[in-house]
Design a protein. Structure first.
Length: 303
């Protein structure tokens, strides 16, 4: 297979966008922007929303690029990732590293100058947590990698909230907790499907070290915990009935898939169906949070 030391063609814009993991960053930005709008009763300052969005997007893309650089050897051996730009030799390691550094410096700089120090520091910590602590160490060290490393991936709504309020409040921590608990069942479903590939490259994902049955039970337990955690915004008065109903319905769907994973261990398509549902689950849940937030404000103003 080609590698980054023997380039086959000049890199394209599409190759650089692939390094940034645009689809992942899009989900990150959705949760970050929702965090910005939930942070205040009305509309947040537009300039802060724009600057924070650009800064967080650049920093998130930087972390993704570093992930590509660090993981290029194992990416070359896994069918899921062998077509990425670095394993295919479309972009050199040095070019990718430079690109990632530029994105990170620009992103943190925008947050530092155009938003506030708190958001810049938290974003930098999240970037380092994912690109260095998780990708370089945890991913290869423990089957709890995705649990511990999930803190970095759960940061975006907290970053968005901090960008508007320059503080860390209960609402931001609840949004962080939702994504933190969502991450393991989301990723372990994929890991079940790709268990042989992770074993091949000696990555100790839970299905590799503890088997499929144990992982499926863990997915179910985490999904139950997720449903409980998603009720918390309603219980503390952060959201209303629209959100509560949406969270329960979406959580019920996730629980259905988690239960079926345990009941149907021979269903080869179910892990990826669960993985796909989990992505839609998080997107819709945060959209419902936003709808509920402004519906409640509109209703209050009419009274």
């Amino acid at each position: 297979m080609p590698n980054s030391t023997s380039l086959t063609c000049d890199p394209t814009i599409s190759d650089f966008l692939t390094l940034c993991k645009i689809k992942v960053v899009a989900l990150i930005m959705l949760t970050a922007v929702v965090g910005m709008f939930l942070a205040v009763p009305g509309l947040p300052p537009l300039h802060l929303v724009v600057m924070a969005s650009i800064g967080i997007a650049f920093a998130s893309s930087s972390a993704a690029v570093f992930n590509h650089v660090i993981d290029q050897k194992i990416d070359n051996e896994m069918s899921r990732t062998e077509n990425r730009p670095l394993p295919e030799g479309k972009i050199s390691t040095q070019t990718a590293l430079t690109f990632g550094i530029i994105l990170g410096v620009v992103g943190i700089g925008i947050l530092l100058i155009g938003v506030n120090v708190l958001t810049a520091v938290l974003t930098l910590l999240a970037l380092i947590g994912y690109a260095v602590f998780y990708t370089m160490y945890l991913k290869r060290a423990t089957p709890q990698n995705i649990v511990i490393g999930g803190a970095a991936g759960a940061a975006p709504p907290l970053l968005g909230w901090a960008a508007i309020t320059n503080s860390i409040e209960l609402g931001a921590l609840l949004l962080f907790a939702i994504i933190f608990i969502w991450t393991p069942p989301h990723f372990w479903a994929l890991a079940i499907h790709r268990q042989k590939e992770y074993a091949k490259v000696n990555i100790p994902m839970l299905p590799v070290t503890h088997g499929h049955h144990f992982t499926r039970i863990q997915i179910l337990l985490y999904t139950i915990l997720l449903v409980i955690v998603t009720i918390m915004p309603y219980l503390v008065g952060m959201s209303g009935l629209i959100y509560l109903v949406g969270a329960l319905l979406l959580g019920g769907g996730f629980l259905y898939y988690a239960i079926q994973l345990v009941r149907q261990p021979d269903n080869k398509k179910l892990p990826m169906k669960t993985f796909g549902y989990s992505i839609n689950y998080l997107m819709i849940l945060f959209v419902v949070l936003l709808v509920d937030h402004y519906y409640s404000i509109s209703l209050f103003n009419l009274m």
